[in-house]
Design a protein around this ligand. Structure first.
Ligand code: ADP
Length: 263
């Protein structure tokens, strides 16, 4: 037998629907705002190096600078700013890829050690320049994930541990299995992150202290990319840091497939 709802029941149902719609609208509005902010930040970040490239090019084009040494310095600036723009565009593309809902990252079986070895090779020059001791303690792990994601996480964390380190410093990377999780720990003996900035470093384009950021190149997108990827896999991330002592970032990602035991 059908029960006809009372008018009061219908009112309650409509009110709760309205509330839900309101909530969704709020969220959409917030997302729209975040997106707009991102675009405006991205344009601003791209404009700065572009302005400087155009300035130097103009000096050369009009022969305002002719002394070969100065010309060389000018070209070095142009090259450096160009490199910075490339890094920015790459990072912005990565963020937008991670955000687009249609983006279906292809998964495959990945050897963590292979990814790590490849990356360390690429960081060799920087490592030697700063005379860094890189200590690796990595189990032979296999994970099922998107290769670009795993490379992105390792690359950004290790690159920071190198960039923000001190001469003669140490970077310790450890990677091991814990249940279904892959745990990655990247520890450095670098300049550290002040307490009040520790939450903010995961925000897009946020860089601690403009002064020190000017000397050390970066886009301010690395850690937000890492955080995105960690969210994607429903993992967790933890940051511990002390100024002038160093930083430790620990990730836990539930993507482990199997471990090959050491002999
Ligand atoms: P960036 O491209 O500037 O390195 P990130 O998003 O990777 O961008 O990091 C944001 C900011 O957090 C950096 O500009 C830097 O100030 C700080 N930071 C990140 N990692 C470290 C670290 N290992 N040691 C000290 N500071 C760090």
């Amino acid at each position: 037998e059908y029960h006809y709802p009372e008018l009061s029941e219908i009112t309650v149902a409509i009110e709760s629907m309205n509330e839900e719609i309101g909530e969704n609208l709020n969220q959409l509005e917030k997302q729209k705002q975040i997106r707009q902010e991102f675009f405006s930040n991205a344009s601003h970040e791209l404009k700065t190096p572009l302005t400087s490239i155009m300035g130097y090019t103009e000096l050369l084009r009009t022969h305002t600078i002719t002394d070969p040494k100065q010309v060389d310095r000018c070209l070095e600036h142009v090259a450096r700013e160009g490199k910075h723009m490339t890094q920015l565009v790459n990072d912005i593309l990565m963020v937008s890829k991670l955000e687009s809902e249609e983006y279906r990252a292809p998964f495959s079986h990945i050897s963590v050690r292979e990814v790590l070895d490849g990356l360390l090779e690429r960081f060799k020059v920087q490592q030697e320049k700063m005379n860094l001791n890189i200590v690796v303690d990595c189990q032979d792990l296999y994970v099922y994930a998107n290769k670009g994601h795993i490379e992105g996480v390792f690359e950004n964390l290790i690159s920071n541990a190198i960039k923000y380190n001190v001469y003669d410093g140490t970077v310790s990377i450890s990677c091991y299995a814990s249940g279904k999780n892959m745990i990655l720990k990247v520890q450095d003996t670098g300049i550290g992150i002040p307490q009040e900035d520790q939450e903010k470093v995961f925000q897009r384009f946020y860089r601690v202290d403009k002064q020190r950021s000017k000397v050390i190149s970066g886009t301010g997108l690395g850690l937000s990319i890492v955080k995105h990827i960690v969210h994607f896999y429903k993992g967790s991330i933890e940051l511990e840091s002390k100024e002038q002592k160093g930083t430790t970032i620990t990730l836990s990602l539930p993507i482990l497939v199997h471990t090959i035991p050491e002999d």
